[in-house]
Design a protein around this ligand. Structure first.
Ligand code: GLV
Ligand code: MN
Length: 196
C-alpha cells in the first residue's frame, strides 16, 4: 500500500528536525552499515500482563528504520492463555499472519458487515484486507504466538475499544449512549475499565 521506493534503500533518520516528508529522510549511504538492515526486536516474548492478555512487539519503521520507504513491516504478537488482540484496524496496510504456537480464533468484518473467521494452529496463515476491523483470541490451553506482516512500513493501528472509550479528550457520553443505545452508567463503567 505504500508508494514505490525511489532508491534501493533509505534508512530512516527518525529524529530529523529539519526535514519532513512521506516517511523519514534517508541516512547518508556512507553512514549505512549492516546493522541498519537487521533487527532482533522480535526475538523476545512480549509482556502480556494487561487487561487483554496480549502484547504486540512492532517491527515497523519506528523500531527498525531500515524499513523506511520499503513498504512492509512485521509484528510479533504474544497471547497469554485466554488473551486476545482486541478488535482493531490498520488504515494503511493489508495484514497477513502465521501462527507459530497455540490455537487462535482469528476473524475480520467486511464493509458489508460479513464476519469471516477460523480457528488456526501452528503453521497456518491468515489475511486481513486493508482497513478492516479484526481480532485474534487465544482459545488454546497454553500461550500463543503469531508473526504478522504488513504492506506498509507503518500500517497504523486503530484499536476499537480504546478509540471509543479511552480517547484524549474523551468522546462525550451522549455520543456513546446514543451509539450503543445504553444508559450513561454503562458507558461510565466501560470508560472506567480503561482508566478514563
Ligand atoms: C495483528 O492483528 C497485528 O496487528 O499484528
Ligand atoms: Mn492487526
Amino acid at each position: 500500500a505504500d508508494p514505490d521506493p525511489l532508491q534501493d534503500f533509505c534508512v530512516g533518520i527518525l529524529n530529523s528536525t529539519s526535514t519532513s516528508l512521506n516517511g523519514f529522510p534517508c541516512k547518508p549511504a556512507s553512514q549505512v552499515t549492516s546493522d541498519d538492515f537487521f533487527f532482533d526486536g522480535l526475538s523476545k516474548e512480549g509482556n502480556t500482563d494487561n487487561v487483554f492478555g496480549f502484547n504486540v512487539t512492532p517491527g515497523n519503521v519506528l523500531s527498525f528504520p531500515g524499513l523506511n520507504t520499503l513498504g512492509l513491516s512485521m509484528n510479533r504478537v504474544d497471547y497469554a492463555p485466554g488473551g486476545m488482540n482486541p478488535p482493531h484496524s490498520h488504515p494503511r496496510a493489508t495484514e497477513s499472519g502465521v501462527v507459530i504456537k497455540g490455537k487462535l480464533f482469528v476473524g475480520f468484518v467486511t464493509t458489508d458487515n460479513m464476519f469471516y473467521s477460523k480457528v488456526l494452529t501452528a503453521g497456518q496463515m491468515f489475511v486481513v484486507p486493508r482497513g478492516l476491523v479484526h481480532f485474534q483470541m487465544n482459545v488454546g490451553k497454553g500461550k500463543a504466538l503469531t508473526f504478522t506482516a504488513f504492506n506498509s512500513h507503518l500500517p497504523g493501528t486503530v484499536v476499537v475499544p480504546t478509540t471509543l472509550f479511552a480517547s484524549k479528550p474523551p468522546i462525550p457520553n451522549d455520543v456513546l449512549t446514543k451509539t450503543f443505545q445504553v444508559e450513561t452508567s454503562v458507558i461510565d463503567g466501560i470508560k472506567a475499565k480503561f482508566g478514563a
